[in-house]
Design a protein around this ligand. Structure first.
Ligand SMILES: C[S@@+](CC[C@H](N)C(=O)[O-])C[C@H]1O[C@@H](n2cnc3c(N)ncnc32)[C@H](O)[C@@H]1O
Length: 361
């Protein structure tokens, strides 16, 4: 049975997200853009078949998707809450929820892009409260925002609410629209830290609590801080200064800063046989073109232990008539596969004009 999905990507990479989804269903019909980075697609496949194929080889630019099971016209008045509650009471799959099914409700409301329209008389939180109550009343299931097994997604945009109930694992992210936010911490050194935190979560990997780590393009030191906190010994490589808050790690010998270029460090490191395969973590957030960063990562591969963990960002230019970021990503991934055959890329919520890639030898 054909199905419709609401897809979320970053505004900037909506085209790339639309195109990559065709690979899961050659007859995929790309639908209307509800908001920049939020659009509809129609597949010939049933939604769970489509989502299962997507899950086997996850997309890069698509952050979140859910199947549309009901559409409710919105008036933006309080009356909408009753209409939404009525619609979800008859939603397919609601019967499958039981007292043992933790669920969450994720509501997003968008104002019209153009024209002066009424504002909503309710908030996403108001929708969540009302609909979670209905689900619990009908099924006995308990709301669990942190670890839901099932997610009721509601997106209000362009005069309609699109509603779907799906297993969290099929949505590509357990967060509404893939918007993973982290609490601000005083010790945070750079915004870049959030990228590494999100990558570890999305790729479901943990930093080891000991061993050697190499951090390419480390300054001012946000990623290094996370590696150090995990317990790793870190060689931070960057011509720029590190944040002074990392000095205590340098004093204790847990951190060394090679204040130069990654290309230069590599020459010396490869000459030292004891370094080969000695590194348990290799991360790179180099500010350089994606293909150059990929080539450098391939050159660093001999330093990484066989089962070592490597994560890199790949910086991308803005899309134009001539420049297609998705093609540059394909080229860079092809380079990386020479040394890291198992890799997975994702345009994270905390990525700007870049993607993040998990690399395994
Ligand atoms: C986005 S910043 C890294 C932020 C860092 N991950 C953090 O969490 O604080 C990019 C860094 O790459 C560094 N960089 C650019 N080219 C480099 C090269 N060839 N070798 C080493 N570092 C380089 C820049 O100096 C810059 O500090």
């Amino acid at each position: 049975m054909p199905s419709t999905f609401v897809v979320t990507s970053s505004e900037e990479f909506e085209n790339a997200a639309r195109n990559e989804l065709r690979r899961y269903d050659s007859k995929l019909k790309l639908g209307e853009t509800l908001q920049p980075g939020l659009f509809l697609v129609c597949s010939q496949l049933a939604w769970d078949d489509f989502a299962a194929i997507v899950g086997q080889e996850p997309p890069i630019f698509t952050r979140h998707l859910f199947p549309v099971m009901a559409t409710v016209p919105l008036t933006k008045t309080e009356a909408d809450l009753a209409a939404l509650a009525e619609a979800i009471a008859t939603l397919p799959r609601l019967d499958e929820l039981s007292e043992a099914t933790p669920f969450s409700v994720q509501a997003r409301l968008f104002e019209e892009v153009e024209g002066k329209q009424l504002s909503y008389a309710y908030t996403p939180f108001g929708i969540k409260e009302r609909l979670a109550g209905v689900i619990t009343e009908k099924t006995g299931a308990v709301e669990n925002i942190r670890e839901p097994l099932e997610i009721l997604s509601v997106v209000g945009s362009q005069g309609n609410a699109y509603i779907g109930l799906s297993p969290a694992e099929l949505n590509l992210s357990g967060w509404a629209g893939g918007m993973r936010r982290f609490a601000k911490r005083d010790e945070q050194i750079s915004r870049a830290e959030l990228k590494l935190q999100e990558a570890l979560e999305i790729f479901e990997v943990e930093l080891p609590s000991g061993g050697e780590a190499i951090d390419l393009g480390a300054a001012p030191g946000g990623w290094a801080r996370l590696l150090l906190e995990a317990g790793l010994h870190v060689t931070a490589i960057d011509p720029a200064e590190l944040d002074l808050r990392l000095q205590k790690y340098a004093d204790s010998g847990q951190l060394s800063h090679y204040q130069g270029h990654a290309e230069r460090f590599l020459q010396n490191a490869l000459a030292d046989k004891s370094r080969l395969g000695s590194c348990t973590v290799l991360v790179s957030d180099l500010r350089m073109d994606a293909d150059m960063a990929a080539n450098l990562l391939v050159s660093y591969a001999p330093l990484l232990a066989r089962d070592g963990l490597a994560i890199t960002t790949l910086k991308l230019p803005h899309e134009s008539a001539k420049v297609k970021p998705a093609q540059l990503v394909e080229q860079a991934l092809a380079i990386l596969r020479k040394a890291y055959p198992r890799l997975q890329g994702r345009q994270l919520f905390h990525n700007r004009s870049e993607i993040t890639v998990l690399l395994k030898k």
